[in-house]
Design a protein around this ligand. Structure first.
Ligand code: SF4
Length: 349
């Protein structure tokens, strides 16, 4: 396990000592399993870039934010608990924990996930579950974080048991997780049996977060195949990691091997210190367009943008884009998918 500069130096003896500043700011956490997938001799290796701290993380562009998808603007909107986000009318997002199995360098919640204080709080947790029970307009509960598989297991189970027994208006539960990419053994037989039995009572969707084809190992496939759940993937688009048509096609086929369908490709959120992974919106569009004709349409992810003002996701096709302007950089005027609000998104210069 790599948890500090000295651990990192064992794998990368010539690493720049100044990287300590990045570790101080955002930490480092790489599992032994994942460290064995990284090509340590090549700093341009995709998996290296995903987990190894980089000096460029210290560069904050002026439009980069601690809260790049406006979570905080939504958190207290309808309910007074910091563990629940009720953004869309029909869905809530339960922030189960701040803990993750690693520290992705591009993380959109890096200012929260990389902190020491866990968001989990027994009182807030109970309040959140009561809110879900009492709000009949909610159809889906999304478990996010951090990573729900890193939440204390008995609390994780309690969420399912409560929703299934007390919230008859809920039609499905979605789990957003990447922890098994860093440690496939986190999906124990006990966890798989539990989720499979819950899934017989209420549909569960596993939204995986797999970024690169090489993350799809035999271990990972075996772990995911224990889960009889619907599985779809979301991945951020990352320059130097999965930023070519070939990378994306390889990723889609690797996902199929693991029994997962590609679903979302996120245009990278403007989180602090992540500009080195970001490409332009038009480059991103061209990449996805470039997949057509080379792989079946069902294996091409939807390119989406999560709006910084908290108005949620939109597809980067024309559906919700009212206009685009290139006169001073690239800006898009976007209609919210669920309210009358209009947002203006300016691409990073
Ligand atoms: S798994 Fe998600 S929340 Fe956790 S560090 Fe990676 S990007 Fe951030």
């Amino acid at each position: 396990m790599i948890n500090n500069f000295d651990d990192l130096k064992k794998f990368q003896p010539d690493i720049n000592p100044e990287i300590k500043q990045v570790i101080e700011k955002y930490g480092v956490h790489i599992t032994e399993y994942y460290a064995n997938l990284v090509d340590w001799k090549n700093p341009n290796d995709a998996l290296y870039k995903i987990v190894v701290p980089c000096m460029k993380e210290l560069v904050d562009k002026k439009d980069e934010l601690e809260d790049p998808i406006g979570d905080d603007s939504q958190i207290f909107k309808t309910l007074k608990t910091k563990m629940l986000i009720h953004r869309y009318p029909d869905r809530v997002l339960l922030l189960t924990t701040n803990k993750c199995a690693s520290r992705c360098r591009y993380c959109f919640r890096k200012c929260k996930v990389f902190g020491n204080n866990d968001i989990f709080d027994e009182q807030e947790f109970k309040k959140s579950l009561e809110y879900i029970k009492n709000t009949k307009s909610i159809s889906e509960v999304v478990l996010s974080g951090g990573d729900p598989f890193c939440m204390p297991r008995e609390k994780f189970k309690q969420v399912f048991e409560f929703i299934i027994s007390e919230c008859l208006h809920i039609k499905g539960i979605r789990i957003h997780s990447r922890a098994f990419v860093y440690n496939p053994d986190i999906i124990t037989d006990d966890l798989a049996d539990f989720l499979n039995s819950m899934n017989k009572k209420l549909p569960i969707i596993l939204m995986t977060h797999i970024v690169h084809a090489r993350e799809v190992t035999d271990n990972l496939c075996n772990s995911l195949k224990k889960l009889d759940l619907i599985k779809v993937n979301q991945a951020p688009l990352l320059k130097g990691v999965n930023g070519t048509v070939e990378d994306l096609i390889n990723l889609s086929w690797a996902l199929v091997k693991a029994g997962v369908l590609p679903h979302y490709l996120h245009y990278l959120d403007k989180a602090k210190g992540t500009s080195y992974f970001r490409m332009s919106i038009d480059e991103a569009r061209e990449l996805v367009a470039g997949m057509w004709g080379h792989i079946g349409g069902h294996l091409i992810p939807k390119l989406i943008l999560d709006l910084p003002d908290g108005q949620g996701k939109i597809a980067l096709d024309k559906s919700f884009i009212l206009s685009e302007d290139y006169s001073d950089g690239h800006s898009l005027t976007i209609k919210s998918t669920y309210s009358d609000k209009v947002s203006v998104y300016k691409e990073q210069k």
